[in-house]
Every structure is written in C-alpha cells, then in structure tokens.
Design a protein around this ligand. Structure first.
Ligand code: NOJ
Length: 759
C-alpha cells in the first residue's frame, strides 16, 4: 500500500487536477471539440492506437463508445436498441448478449455498417462460472486458496470468451458484514485483507497473462464503493461511513484489483455519505483515477447514473449525465442517458471535451488490449467444445470440496462409513439441481443435466449394499408446509442408521435484490429437524445457503453440521466425498456466523470499546440476553484431524517502523488423517491515534500435513502491516505496543506474543 497524504475535502475545481483539468460545476469550458495533439504516424501500443482512432472520431461517435445497452435472446435490433444507432456508432458495448452466434451477429452488423468499424465489447455477469458453474463466491472464498480461485476464474474466462463474451462484471469485491444483505454471497466476506488477496487472484484468473490471449476476458471490480455497507442490510440502501472506514475496510480490495491490473471498475448504486457512488468525484476521480492512477475505465451499474435523480443528487437526467461524467463514470450501463444527452451537454460546455476524450480513450484502449480490432468474432465452430469440459468439471469439483466448512462434528460422527446399512437423505434441497447452481449461475442451466445433487452424490458414494432412502420433507420456501411432509421425513429417518438432512435457503433467497429480515432457516425446516432429531437416529445437518445463517438450536443439538453452500455443478459429489471421508474438509469461514440476527453487525475485527464486554458485569458493552461471541467465528472450520500449534517465534523482538517482522511457528498434524490447515496471523495495535480493531488478519498460509507430520510456517510481515489511516486520511506506521497471534481462527488464542514497534 502506498503511504501518501490525502486531503479529505476538496473544492470541485481541484478534483480535475489529476486529469490535468480544472473546472467547477457552473464554470464554462472551451467549446467542443477540444484541441487534440495529432497522434504519432505509426501507432503501436494500445494507447497510441486508441489516440489515433480518437483523432478521427466525431463527438457523437465518442459518446457512442460510452454507451452500453442490454440485449437478450436472439440477435436482433429492437425499439429500445435500434439498428441505426449501431450503424451510427452510437453503441460501444452490449451486456447480456451471449453465445458466439449472437455476439457475432451484432458485431458483424457494427463492423460492416459503422463508419469507423469499432468493435463492440460484450459484457456479462460471469460471476462463478459461465457454463460450468463453480461454487458461489462466498463459498469459493472459504478455500482461502488464491491459486485455485485464479484457475477457476481462468476456466470461466475461457468458456465466456468462446461464447464471444470478453468482459465479465466480476470480481465483486464488496466487503460486507451484514448477512441480511443478499449480495453477501457474491463477495469475499467480512475481511478487507483476505478480500484483497482473493480479488487480485480473480483478476489474474479472468485477465490471464495477456488480455489479448483468446481465453482472457476483461475483469471489472465492483461495486465501487461501499455497497456492502447498505444500512440494515437492505438492498440498494444508503451507506454512510467515515473516510477512515472507507479506506480501511471498503477500498482495499479495489486497490488490490487495480494493482493486479483490472481494466474496469463498476460504480455502485448506493449513496455514499451523501454523495451517490455513481456521481462521486472523491472516490472515482480523486482516489481511483488520481491517487491510484487507475488507467482502465469505469462503467456505471445498471442505470446508476440515471438514479442520481432518484437519490436527489441531480434535478433531471441531463444533470445526472453531467454529474456522472464529471465524477468519472466513463460508460453508462443501459439507461440511455449518455446516448440521449451527453453530446448536447458537451456542446453547451457543461462537460469538458477533455473528459469525454479521456473516457473514450480508456474504453478504446481496453478494446485494443483485448485484440478486438484484429479478432472481433468468436469461433462458432469451437464454442460448444469449450463448455463444461471434463477438465472444467474436475476443477469445479476440486474447488467445491475445498469450499465446504465442517462446523461441528461431535464424537466424530463424520466421516460416515460407506458400508453403512441405511442412509436417509431428507430435504428438497438435497434433490435440487437448480439450487445447487446458486444465484448467479450465468449459462449453467444450459448444462443442468450435469448437476450432481447431494442425493445423486450420496448414491454414487456409498457401497452397493447400502440402502439410500429419500424424503423431500418441507421446502425452505413453504412457510405453511403441511404436517404430513414432516411426518414422512420423520418416518424415513426412523428406518435409517443416519439421517442426512439438507436444509437452508433456495438459491434465489440470496444474490441481488434478495435481502432478508431473518437469517434463520426459512419455512418449517427447523421444526422438521427437531422432529427428526427426536427419533434418536444420529443427524447430520448439511446446509445449502449463501449467507451466514443463525442456527443456535441446531448448533447446540445436532451432532454434525456441514456448511456446503451452493457449490455449482459438482455439489453432490463434493458433499458426498466429505460426508464419507474421501475428502478431509479444509474450508474456513470468511464471514462470522452470529447466534442471532440481533448481534448484527458482528465481525471479528471489532473495536474494544471503553467497556469491553464481561459476562458478569452488566455495565459493560454486552447484551443482557445473549453472549457477545458469535456462533462460529471468522476463520473457523473443523477437520477430520487435529493440528497442534507450538513454538511461536518473532524476530526481531523489537522491530522498527521500517523493517517489519518475521514470524515462525510449528504446526503438527496430531491426528490420524492427512489434512490441510489454514494458519492465520492476526495483530492488534494496542494504542493508536485512531482506535484499532481487537484483531486484524495480516497473513495466512495453507499447509497440508500427513498424520504425525510437523512443518514450520514462516511469515514476513512488512512494517506497512502495522499501519493505519489517521483522521487526515494518511496512512501511518507508528511505534507502540502490538499483540500478535498465530491462530486457527479469529477466536483462537493458542499462540500469542506481544512486541514493541520502535522508531
Ligand atoms: C446490476 C448488478 O448490481 C451488477 O452487479 C450487475 O453486474 C449488473 N446489474 C449487470 O447485470
């Protein structure tokens, strides 16, 4: 992280310093077109080529590159997306057009009929796979395995690109600490550091070594910024936060994506401390394009610039356009307002031509980098053979297995024996292909037949003598499901040696526009689980969901609980391999599971407060009806083996604010199975000018150990790991006392040391 000084409140005139412009909203600017330096005769880099092309463009053609429309279904122009616009160069990009024939159809029309033959860029939400569906992002993150995430993003990119889609609206890197918010399933959970590592991995995966490789697609880090802090977890709601919270919690994953070379960023829907994110010069022009030097382009979220009017930040559409462009939103998604008003506004000098040129250059540069000018079409012959290949399904299975988090395993009920006589599988989710695919399943439904449900997976995993019984029981969607469904589930369980109950949420209960006011198991599922548990047959609860759930009764009473999330095509195989011991679970939570909704927001990096909560002292920061602690902490997950942590060493014992710290510990597999441990390093700055969290994750390592094997893990923590943003928005590293933990999760204190950082 660069350490630099930032002024928090800037007069609007200063906002343009970074682009070499000076302008205030009411100020007039030189008449369009701006004087442009004649480009070099022979352009070679994407930047030079883009400049050379820009030189030939009319104002309308420039605006056209800043316009994106959505089209679905067969390739055809309609009333809302007209043929003439495409011919006139008034559309630069489409979203939601998929398939080689469809994308080629539009592309051919534009390439053959527009004056400058500028190829279209096709964008799509390729969030956790294109046709092969990988686990939902919140699940993938539980692998804590950036290399694997990179490979999976790359596989998704290859499929998408074969279908003519060269741009994904991913990764979604919004930090969120509110499980009510349905979109928590798309991000990396609650931690900015882990979120940053995984954001960078996904960008590398999508964009490959070079954007021009045919299998690479442009990535788009979204939603910039603060969207995950929606008040009350209500979708699209307002966010309000300090500059410190913005810089410490919400910006880091975007910075990491930029450092990893992401070529586009999506501006968010939310109001951010009074200035909507899609009209926010401070975050876009000043921080993103200024401070960080981001060279790619910013696309709005769906009509989010137009929504500046509903926010009460612009009086009408033209003013929204003006504010959007001034803030730095280079491309307008879907609303058509740049198309309708931008050229006019520019002619009236309300937006400087230099800003339009800058936006167009950014967009053209990415089109050149993608190689679209040389190769605008997808290969229709090869499209199908790129989809759901055995290699991609294997990769999806590897990731699905690593995503699973074992939450409880009393008396080692798991793994089950494959020779067990009778297994009862219960729950509609156990037999649902659609739910396994998760909320953003892109074109996954086209390969629905390849989804392995949990019921299928269990049947394939057990011995040929094992009887597998199935009862659907009650669906998560049915608030008033009939009692006979519960009775039938109970009767089925009674006939078995173990009951595997699959419960959770439907896939459309999380994702966009799917906030909930309850995070309990919906419908009558808990009643059903209680009734099954009463039979005395051992119960394994397998959760399928995509947000943290509050399951206090189950956590107390059910012996084994497996968080399986929505794992995509290979859900059933992955779950069965964990249940029957072919895979030793290694997933660790990336978001805290509360005991109840009343604890939300709850996250490990809390502040100590002036009165840290004490169970026996009423006048401390606590509840009178619940412990402060979560049900399952951040970083938590069990294994079928045990790991012992010992011999923490830190050197130097007194580090300086420049040199950083080396940390070592011995980890031994003391159990009987090989297993993977995720060793986590947390620090606490005990006293600072800005109060710091009681713990902050600063590093982690995956370690696979054979039974009895010991390894020494080593971490190098540069001095910047001990810094923070002060009240002036400056990142500072200051001397003082620190605590450090090498731990299994955020609540584990087995290895702990204190040290003093000196000048
Ligand atoms: C709105 C969503 O917020 C965003 O994440 C998505 O990329 C766009 N729609 C396009 O589908």
């Amino acid at each position: 992280m660069k350490i630099r000084s930032v002024t928090l409140v800037l007069p609007i005139a200063v906002l343009f310093l970074f682009t070499g412009l000076s302008l205030s909203l009411g100020q007039t600017v030189p008449a369009a077109p701006a004087r442009q330096a004649k480009p070099a005769a022979k352009a070679s880099s994407a930047d030079e080529k883009a400049r050379a092309l820009l030189y030939k463009m009319t104002l309308d053609e420039k605006v056209g590159q800043m316009v994106q429309y959505s089209c679905r279904g067969n390739w055809e122009f309609t009333e809302t997306v007209q043929k003439d616009w495409a011919a006139e160069g008034m559309i630069g990009s489409f979203l939601n057009v998929t398939g080689a024939a469809q994308t080629n159809g539009y592309q051919k029309y534009v390439m053959e009929n527009s004056r400058l033959h500028i190829p279209l860029l096709f964008g799509l939400d390729v969030i956790h796979g294109y046709r092969t569906i990988f686990p939902v992002p919140l699940a993938e993150d539980c692998c804590w395995d950036p290399d694997l995430l990179e490979k999976c993003a790359s596989a998704a990119a290859h499929e998408a690109s074969a279908a003519g889609v060269r741009w994904t609206f991913a990764p979604m890197v919004d930090v969120s600490r509110d499980p009510r918010w349905g979109r928590i399933c798309e991000g990396s959970g609650e931690d900015p550091f882990l979120g940053s590592v995984l954001a960078a991995a996904r960008v590398r995966g999508f964009q490959g070594k070079s954007l021009s490789d045919p299998g690479s697609i442009a990535a788009c880090a979204k939603h910039y910024v603060g969207y995950g802090a929606a008040e009350a977890g209500r979708e699209y709601n307002t966010t309000d936060m300090s500059e410190i919270a913005l810089r410490e919690i919400y910006l880091p994953p975007f910075k990491a994506a930029v450092d990893a070379g992401v070529v586009s960023i999506m501006s968010a829907f939310n109001d951010l401390s009074g200035v909507p994110a899609s009209g926010n010069s401070h975050t876009i022009r000043e921080i993103l394009k200024g401070e960080w030097g981001f060279q790619g382009f910013v696309v709005s979220d769906w009509a989010s610039v137009k929504e500046l009017v509903s926010h009460g930040y612009a009086a009408d559409d033209p003013e929204a356009v003006q504010k959007g462009v001034l803030a730095g939103v280079d491309m307008d998604m879907q609303s058509g307002i740049y198309h309708n008003y931008l050229a006019d506004i520019a002619k009236k000098n309300k937006v400087p031509m230099k800003l339009i040129d800058d936006a167009v250059l950014r967009i053209l540069k990415v089109k050149y980098e993608l190689g679209l000018f040389d190769k605008p079409y997808a290969d229709e012959e090869k499209e199908l053979s790129a989809m759901t290949t055995p290699e991609n399904l294997d990769l999806a299975l590897a990731e699905a297995r690593e995503s699973i988090v074992l939450l409880k395993n009393e008396k080692n009920l798991l793994p089950l024996s494959k020779n067990i006589k009778t297994v009862a599988v219960i729950g509609t989710l156990a037999d649902s292909k659609k739910d396994a695919l998760g909320a953003w399943h892109c074109r996954g439904e086209e390969a629905m037949e390849k989804v392995v449900t949990i019921l299928d997976g269990i049947k394939a995993e057990v011995s040929s003598q094992t009887r597998v019984l199935y009862a659907a029981g009650v669906s998560p969607a049915a608030e008033d499901a009939p009692q006979n469904l519960i009775d039938e589930a109970v009767n089925t369980a009674r006939q078995a040696d173990v009951a595997i109950v699959v419960a959770g949420e439907l896939q459309n209960m999380s994702g966009e526009a799917a906030s909930r006011t309850s995070i309990s198991l919906p419908g009558r599922q808990e009643e059903m689980i209680r009734a099954i548990q009463k039979t005395g047959v051992p119960v394994v609860l397998v959760l399928m969901n995509s947000r943290p759930l509050a399951i206090p009764w189950e956590a107390e009473n059910i012996p084994s609980i497996v968080e399986s999330w929505f794992l995509g095509h290979t859900q059933g195989s992955a779950v069965a391999q964990v249940l029957f011991g072919d895979f030793n679970p290694s997933g660790r939570l990336v978001v805290t599971f509360p005991r109840s909704l009343g604890q939300v927001p709850i996250y490990y990096a809390q502040k100590n407060t002036g009165r840290p909560g004490k169970a026996d002292d009423k006048w401390t920061s606590r509840y009178i009806d619940s412990p402060n602690t979560p049900q399952f902490p951040f970083g938590f997950g069990l294994s079928y083996t045990e790991f012992e942590y010992a011999n923490l060493e830190i050197t130097p014992v007194t580090p300086t604010t420049k040199e950083g710290l080396k940390v070592k510990a011995d980890i031994t597999n003391t159990g009987k199975n090989a297993g993977t441990e995720i060793v986590q390093v947390y620090i606490q700055d005990i006293a600072a000018d800005i109060t710091q969290p009681i713990r902050k994750l600063v590093d982690f390592k995956r370690l696979t150990l054979a039974p009895g094997e010991k390894k020494t893990v080593e971490f190098n923590l540069p001095a910047s790991k001990f810094g923070y943003y002060n009240e002036k928005g400056r990142f500072v590293v200051k001397p003082g006392r620190f605590n450090i933990w090498v731990a299994r999760n955020a609540a584990d204190s087995s290895l702990f040391a204190g040290f003093r950082l000196v000048e």
